[in-house]
Design a protein around this ligand. Sequence first.
Ligand code: DGY
Length: 331
Amino acid sequence: MADTAKIVVTRRIPEPAVELLREAGDVWVSPDDRPLETQELHDAVKGADVAVTLLHDKIDDAFLDAAGDQLRAVCNVAVGFDNIDVPAATRRGVLITNTPGVLTEATADLAMTLILAVTRRIGEGERLLRRREKWSWHMFMLLGMGLQDKTLGVVGMGAIGQSVARRAKAFGMEIVYSDARPASEEVERELGARRVELDELLSSADVVSIHAPLMDATRHLINAEALAQMKETAYLVNSARGPIVDEAALVEALRSGQIAGAGLDVFENEPEVQPGLLELDNVVLLPHLGSATIETRTAMGVLAAKNAIAVLRGEQPPTPVNPDVLEGAAS
Ligand code: DGY
């Protein structure tokens, strides 16, 4: 390993991760928590051997050009890597890594929180009290939907989808899911989960929860047509990536009563939130908090650091996205 390896971290990450990185080279960490502007990002990464990046950093040809030919890896501190042009990196022999596994439970907790919050009208109740309005308990106040015996439709039955299904089952829900790849028989048996086509999921689920990655095939997967297939009493929850849902169509569906409500942790043009959503009472909105626990964010940073260090030491990184780059280097 070159002892002067240059490691660029594009935004503050937990200190244990930075300490690990310091053992492997000279580390520059962006001093604050805002995303760098494109030019700042390109200036910062110039001459880096490894870049440790965050989910809103755009890693494309321009970034890779700005970094230079010595760049060996981009270690994203996120499980999602839709911010990265992986084929462009692969063409240049730049390894991409992500942080799967360590955020599964925290993200599933958050999805379940949204499911409960929107079906039990938690935001509306909280806002009512904060408005300091007069209120008194009555039989019909802010009635929501109970989860027992209702159906959860999981769109994308990867690790996070399965963990959400596990939680929902404990709340008495039936599970259906759609995914290009079936879950293992063991998982289906454990969760009593049935794989169905997306159309059937949309028309039968009481809560539709999205856990698919963002890619061409899932961009606007939940559009006006998909929303029209949902029951008027059903809720949509998205804690995956904003652009999977056509937000304008969602606002319309919520306004018209096409669906009962939505819980959103992610947005189509983050950090912007559609003004239409902000005006609606039947929506619970969170600022992309899926993995936001101290333990999980630390584990994400540490895993990204381990990936970076392995690359610099010529070892096998724990979680590569384009391992063919490593095979190419070995041959
Ligand atoms: C991820 O890791 O992709 C998450 O969106 C971060 O919370």
